[in-house]
Design a binder for this molecule. Structure first.
Ligand code: ADP
Length: 439
């Protein structure tokens, strides 16, 4: 029988008993009132026991007769047990998660929306010198006081990581990245990149030193080859051809070493290029004349360069940008084609310097990788043309140092356009010459 049916049966029996006693005594209403009051009092007493038990202050009200209160208590007990089980499972998962994040080699700091430290792992303690629990709740910028970090934290743009020296160990270089998640929460991920940077430095030094060391023996060899060529001019020994080829290969190696050295110099000088004023109109005109000399009448070389253009930067680096772009344009444009060098002002004061050609062009799939070191669209042909595969890497690097961008448009069989976009604050145009505003 269900507890409700039992309750109704009990109530019915009680009322029937009260009615018969009340009828016998002639006090029927009173007898019914007393019976109902008694039952109500019993329920109130059960409710009180139930309340005490729920609050953890009393024993569980067990009723062997399986009445309504026993049923309610049993149901609450089942819910309680289920939630305890879930709690235990969740706390086990949480412990597991905390153990795994604690074991991560990268530091992890959970930040509140107000940039206060909520939690951090052992790696963060080691890398940033944080102390648990002392630093919990502290404003993170109080503990990592580097201006670069504070700017990054407050800037709100977290697409890239920043690099700073550890506030705890000044010889440890750290990469810090903030990762937003959830409702305005942020995760600060800290990585020790000292070893990576050291290896990078070793690699760069090795390339620079090897290129430097190879230069002298190569110059000596080239000198002897040159002498031997002169001697072989008149004799019929057949050495002239191999020696001429040796001279060409030595020249290619010299160019390769020069490019490697230039790249490692560009690598070494971090940050924006210093701001000496370079006469850009004059520089472009000279580069154009050199391209015309190399083209030797096989191509039409056009230029559209306004007078009075100047730019803040390093002349040597800018020269290698335009020399490389023009020599590529000349190399990869068949006879009869046109190479154009033009400079013009664009929106927002940008200065565009373009090198366009009507040459063989480049398929779209190669464009994203074109500025990688030694990347060639057609390895064999690039080499045959005397290319080192480093030209566009140098261009990209040198432009970056001038806060400029390289944009490449190309279509196979139609031609290519290499656009250098210089920011307005580096450019000056003399009013009289350009008839435009200057910055
Ligand atoms: P390389 O010394 O081989 O020319 P670069 O780094 O200057 O090396 O150029 C990389 C590759 O991009 C070249 O091998 C060539 O395939 C392609 N390339 C560069 N400029 C042009 C151009 N103007 N027209 C067609 N292909 C080009």
């Amino acid at each position: 029988m269900s507890p409700w049916a039992r309750e109704f049966r009990t109530l019915g029996l009680l009322l029937a008993f009260a009615a018969s006693i009340g009828g016998w005594l002639g006090q029927l209403p009173w007898a019914l009132c007393i019976a109902l009051g008694g039952r109500l009092t019993w329920h109130l007493w059960q409710l009180r026991r139930f309340e005490l038990w729920l609050g953890g202050r009393g024993r569980r009200p067990v009723d062997e007769r399986m009445d309504l209160w026993a049923e309610v208590t049993g149901e609450v007990l089942r819910i309680k047990r289920r939630s305890q089980k879930r709690k235990r499972r969740l706390s086990a998962i949480l412990k597991q998660f905390l153990r795994s994040t604690a074991a991560l080699p990268d530091g992890t700091v959970v930040l509140s929306p107000e940039s206060r430290i909520v939690w951090f792992n052992q790696a963060a303690q080691r890398l940033l010198g944080l102390r648990s629990p002392h630093d919990n709740g502290q404003w993170v910028a109080n503990l990592i006081r580097m201006p670069a970090f504070i700017r990054y934290l407050e800037g709100g743009v977290y697409d890239e990581a920043i690099e700073i020296f550890s506030p705890h160990a000044p010889d440890v270089l750290l990469s810090l990245q903030i990762v937003p998640y959830g409702a305005d929460q942020r995760l600060l991920v800290v990585r020790d990149i000292s070893r990576e940077r050291r290896l990078d430095r070793v690699r760069k030094d090795f390339v620079a030193n090897a290129s430097h060391e190879l230069r002298t023996p190569l110059t000596v060899l080239s000198g002897y080859v040159e002498m031997l060529i002169e001697e072989a001019q008149d004799d019929r020994s057949g050495w002239l051809m191999p020696l001429t080829e040796m001279r060409a290969q030595a020249a290619r190696m010299e160019q390769l070493l020069a490019d490697l050295l230039l790249l490692s110099r560009l690598d070494e000088t971090t940050g924006a290029a210093k701001t000496e004023r370079v006469d850009l109109s004059g520089l472009l005109t000279r580069c154009c004349a050199e391209a015309a000399r190399v083209a030797a009448g096989k191509l039409v070389i056009r230029s559209d360069i306004p007078e009075g253009l100047s730019i803040r930067g390093v002349e040597g680096e800018l020269r290698s940008v335009f020399d490389n772009l023009l020599s590529n344009a000349v190399k990869y444009t068949p006879s009869g084609g046109t190479v154009t060098l033009a400079a013009r002002r664009a929106t927002e004061g940008l200065l565009l310097v373009e090198v366009a050609d009507t040459g063989i062009g480049i398929a779209a799939e190669h464009l994203p990788r074109l500025t990688e070191r030694f990347y060639r669209v057609d390895g064999g042909r690039g080499r045959d043309q005397g290319g080192t595969g480093l030209g566009l890497a140098i261009v990209k690097h040198a432009l970056q140092r001038h806060e400029a961008q390289l944009v490449i448009h190309s279509q196979p069989g139609v031609g290519s356009r290499f656009e250098c976009r210089f920011p307005a604050h580096r450019v000056t145009i003399l009013e009289a010459a350009a008839g435009q505003s200057s910055s």
